[in-house]
Write a protein that binds this ligand. Sequence first.
Ligand SMILES: Nc1nc2c(ncn2[C@@H]2O[C@H](COP(=O)(O)OP(=O)(O)OP(=O)(O)O)[C@@H](O)[C@H]2O)c(=O)[nH]1
Ligand SMILES: [Mg+2]
Length: 222
Amino acid sequence: QSETRTPVSDLDLDKYDADKQVKIICLGDSAVGKSKLMERFLMDGYRPQQLSTYALTLYKYSSTINGQTVLVDFWDTAGQERFRSMHPSYYHKAHACIMVFDVQRKITYKNLPIWYKELREYRPEIPCLVVANKIDADTKVTQKNFSFAKKQGLPFYFVSAADGTNVVKMFKDAVQMALSYKRNSNDFMDEVMRELENFDLDTKEESSDKDEETQEGKPDSA
Ligand SMILES: Nc1nc2c(ncn2[C@@H]2O[C@H](COP(=O)(O)OP(=O)(O)OP(=O)(O)O)[C@@H](O)[C@H]2O)c(=O)[nH]1
Ligand SMILES: [Mg+2]
């Protein structure tokens, strides 16, 4: 398995078709290290001090995995309290989700179900990775049992944006999962669901017409 990461600005975007484009979103409380993880993976660097992400940052990257070039849109958003409920467009057509907590702050782990619930309201089927960040600060935490991921049947990773532990592995897996989600007809199912919704509306309109007709004919309707 070979993998290279190249900034999209260095590539001719027209070469790639939309089938190989995926959107990956990132969720989690403020300061768990979402932006630092992106930085570590995409820029292969880590700057200890930086402002909290304002609303939304979109990183466009290209990844070549096993000779296949994939365009990846990584969406990074601020996890601050005031933003905790994401705009629906953040979830729209996402193919995978990276959900991050900070092993040093228990509350960020306890809040995972809140993030997960919202994710599933918008994207019931997409792969979701649970990521325990900042293990460099206390390597003993990797002995601890964080049962949320297991309970939900989600893949789990111990990582560190600071020293890079597991970061590339985790992102590579996320891209793979996003790709296979996209391939395995889930987007097709989205299409079908949309068709069904429209169909539903049509039939409802028809049946309500009929209801009106029958009601008109009912002698006992006051
Ligand atoms: N020790 C340690 N500190 C980290 C690690 N990752 C991030 N941090 C620190 O945690 C703080 C928050 O990191 P960010 O990446 O800005 O957090 P965020 O999740 O993007 O926060 P919001 O944008 O507010 O949602 C920064 O001071 C980082 O230096 C890590 O792996 N280890
Ligand atoms: Mg951020």
